[in-house]
Design a protein around this ligand. Structure first.
Ligand code: FAD
Ligand code: SIN
Length: 544
């Protein structure tokens, strides 16, 4: 049986591991921190899925919402195939032990989020990811064929035979963060499941492991990356002085919460109080929302539109947040959104009573390692697969999300592609690599004398991305970012050549490369689409 190395222990990595291990393959899952440290564990809303395959209308509607959200850039065949497999994959998750919420009558409960035209999101209250991660880690821990290696940081992929990308990969060098030794993990196939890159921006919903490592490793090894300009900002991260990022799920808008700016909030509060005093029906806050100036779908439009509307409104008003209003709704908040209610209580806020200050925050990387429909990475500049290298989950670009991912389609895409990769490896086990594995080049390298330059460079990198490569872009800002990132890259390369690897320098090296790829792709865009919005392109369009 082949030995497969999976990098990452979110939904993609652990689900693929479960399928491969059940088929008798030996799987090693390496992961940077604890197994549960992943975006998956923080997912709130849920998994978009039509469970009943005979519900043709429901599936078609999910397809159309996905295509609309992707702004004409989705691969329709990929979208259709993923949505049609949703029911089977959800049943797999349930078999593994995931408990999705049910209604009193025993039927699965579905909620709604932005861009969805109906309730079709399976969930576990407002902590769906935690439930999925709990079940998958428990399954992996109990499985005799799965070895979980926590605190193990993948640094770079090892190429087969003389470092020629077309020969594929044969393993991965990892930093054992307990001993600080670099270890060589040999494998017949490598599956990248390393998640996203939200930590490139100051405001993010992502955990600290989201530093684009897998994407950077794949690119350095000769794999193709795509759609890097499309970075999704979630409209409603909690605006807080705490460095701990926190998302207010779109599901809160799905039950009727409305986005208001300072002016809208003041006007609605005034009219609400007057109506209450006079015993009249109180007004809904929806017509007071600035989002209506941008889209008739208001607060529940797709994320690209809502995030841009908030960004523009905050700049226009000179404010640092807008508000999510819930006080007009009569709901058992504590029961429906216990995680959100708990965190807000820590901030002295009460869901269902207080306006919640929110800001857009970097949330999801739509682009990634370009893969075919069974998850094989492409060689750069070709449509040929790179042998033995696969990418699944957020690190991969399958074509499903186009230029803007629809809410709750990420967990779905991850689980579908994890199963496809596993199935492919089960049907076509990779040949055992008989060649040698080159030694890590760290021999003779010294420890960094001080860490301050790494910290400074990371702060500078994140500031550049935040200021120059945000929701609204311009050619001037993108070019300024490009110059700064090139300078940073030179410094990082110098440190990298002379110092033994640490988590800090590995992440900085990867983040810097990803930043450059995002900027390069953004500068190469010729039209504003989905999440890419450049005011200079707008001006050209208008003049044209
Ligand atoms: P992750 O779950 O991020 O896992 C990546 C793994 O790779 C981690 O274990 C990490 O430690 C490991 N790793 C990274 N680099 C290395 C390295 N160098 N070496 C070793 N290990 C490494 N999507 C939805 O569909 N529905 C939702 O409701 C939803 N809510 C979300 C809420 C939040 C707050 C966030 C942040 C995201 C949300 N998303 C949601 C997006 C979704 O959660 C992610 O896209 C998805 O979980 C990604 O899964 P993954 O397995 O690809 O990566
Ligand atoms: C949310 O709950 O708002 C996040 C959903 C997602 O990112 O798909």
């Amino acid at each position: 049986m082949a030995h497969i190395a999976i990098i990452g222990s979110g939904i993609a990595g652990l689900f693929a591991a479960s399928q491969l291990a059940d088929a008798g393959h030996d799987v090693t899952v390496v992961t940077k921190k604890r197994p549960k440290d992943s975006s998956t564990n923080w997912a709130q809303g849920g998994v978009a899925a039509i469970l009943d395959k005979t519900n043709v209308e429901g599936m078609e509607s999910h397809v159309q919402d996905t295509l609309r959200s992707g702004d004409g850039a989705c691969d329709e065949a990929v979208v259709r195939s993923i949505i049609s497999e949703a029911g089977d994959r959800i049943m797999d998750l349930i078999r593994i032990g995931v408990e999705f919420e049910k209604e009193d009558d025993g039927a699965y409960s579905f909620i709604r989020e932005g861009g969805h035209s109906s309730k079709r999101i399976l969930h576990a209250k407002d902590a769906t990811g935690r439930e999925i991660e709990r079940a998958l880690t428990a399954y992996a821990r109990d499985h005799s064929k799965i070895t979980l290696k926590p605190n193990t940081l993948a640094i770079d992929l090892i190429q087969r035979h003389h470092g020629r990308p077309e020969e594929g990969v044969a393993g991965v060098w990892c930093l054992d963060q307990d001993s600080q030794a670099v270890i060589t993990l040999e494998a017949d196939a490598i599956v990248l499941a390393t998640g996203g890159v939200g930590r490139l921006w100051q405001q993010t919903t992502n955990p600290d492991v989201a530093t684009g490592d897998g994407l950077a490793m794949a690119y350095r090894t000769g794999a193709s990356v795509d759609n890097m300009a499309y970075i999704q900002f979630h409209p409603t991260a909690l605006a807080s002085s705490s460095p701990r990022p926190f998302l207010i799920s779109e599901a809160v808008r799905g039950v009727g919460a409305v986005l208001l700016d300072d002016e809208g909030l003041a006007a609605w509060t005034r009219d609400f109080n007057v109506a209450s005093e006079q015993g009249e029906a109180t007004p809904s806050p929806a017509p007071y929302s600035f989002t209506l100036e941008h889209t008739s779908a208001g607060s529940l439009a797709t994320r690209d539109i809502v995030a841009r509307a908030i960004d523009q409104q905050m700049k226009k008003n000179g404010t640092s947040c807008v508000y999510l209003v819930t006080s007009h709704l009569d709901l058992p908040w504590q029961e429906k959104f216990p995680t959100i209610a708990r965190r807000l209580a820590e901030e002295g806020l009460q869901l269902g009573r207080d306006p919640i200050p929110v800001v857009p925050a970097a949330h999801y990387m739509v682009g990634g390692v370009r893969v075919d429909d069974i998850g094989r990475a492409f060689l750069q500049g070709t449509t040929e697969p790179m042998p033995h290298l696969y990418a699944i989950g957020e690190v991969a670009c399958t074509g499903m999300h186009g230029a803007n991912r629809l809410a709750s389609n990420s967990l779905l895409e991850a689980v579908v592609f994890a199963q496809r990769v596993a199935q492919h490896l089960i049907e076509f086990p990779p040949p055992t690599y008989e060649g040698s594995h080159p030694a890590w080049r760290a021999d003779g390298l010294g420890a960094l004398r001080e860490h301050a330059p790494i910290n400074h460079d990371r702060i500078s990198l994140v500031r550049t991305m935040t200021e120059e490569v945000g929701i609204v872009r311009s050619n001037q800002r993108l070019k300024r970012a490009q110059r700064r990132l090139n300078l940073l890259q030179n410094e990082v390369d110098m440190m990298w050549r002379t110092a033994r690897p640490t988590r800090e320098i590995v992440e900085l090296r990867n983040l810097c490369l990803i930043g450059q790829l995002v900027v390069e792709d953004a500068l190469g865009q010729t039209e504003n689409k989905g999440l890419h919005y450049n005011v200079d392109l707008l001006r050209d369009d208008t003049l044209g």
